[in-house]
Write a protein that binds this ligand. Structure first.
Ligand code: CMP
Length: 139
């Protein structure tokens, strides 16, 4: 089933010059870029995006990180796009993410893990509405 998902290429990836490599992996897999924008995330957007995490111990440094520089916000689409992006991204903790995944190959941190992908259809629609309020529904 064709799905849309929200992907954030985080500030560590932009700082390290990995945007092209990461975009290439999504495109090579066959996912389509429906929207793409360079965004400097402010605290308000960070809190809304990570609403389920704001009370967690790890959230203050996570907020500092995601607001530390520009990110790339995207909508990707394709067959089973939500699961496919999560498989390409690899485990959240990049230290133990499988080789062959974006995090497994390119990162070594639980926090600075290069990318975020929506974890369910509900999250995808919520995150797309938050980041790209003008986007029309999936075809
Ligand atoms: P993401 O997929 O964007 O979802 C929540 C983010 O919080 C996660 O990627 C990591 O960047 C960060 N995160 C999750 N768990 C931890 C943790 N235990 N310590 C530090 N950062 C974390």
């Amino acid at each position: 089933m064709t799905q849309r998902t929200f992907v954030l290429i985080k500030p560590d990836a932009v700082r390290r010059g990995l945007v092209g490599e990461i975009l290439h992996r999504y495109e090579a897999k066959g996912l389509a870029i429906e929207a793409l924008e360079l965004r400097h995330v402010d605290a308000e957007l960070a809190d809304a995006h990570y609403a389920e995490h704001v009370e967690r111990d790890f959230y203050p440094p996570l907020r500092a990180f995601v607001t530390s520089g520009p990110s790339i916000a995207m909508i990707l689409s394709g067959d089973s796009a939500i699961e496919v992006v999560r498989l390409l991204n690899g485990a959240t903790d990049a230290r133990v993410a499988a080789p062959g995944t974006i995090r497994g190959d390119l990162a070594l941190s639980n926090r600075e893990n290069l990318v975020h992908g929506s974890d369910s259809p509900e999250s995808a629609e919520r995150e797309i509405a938050l980041w790209f309020p003008g986007e029309v529904p999936a075809r």
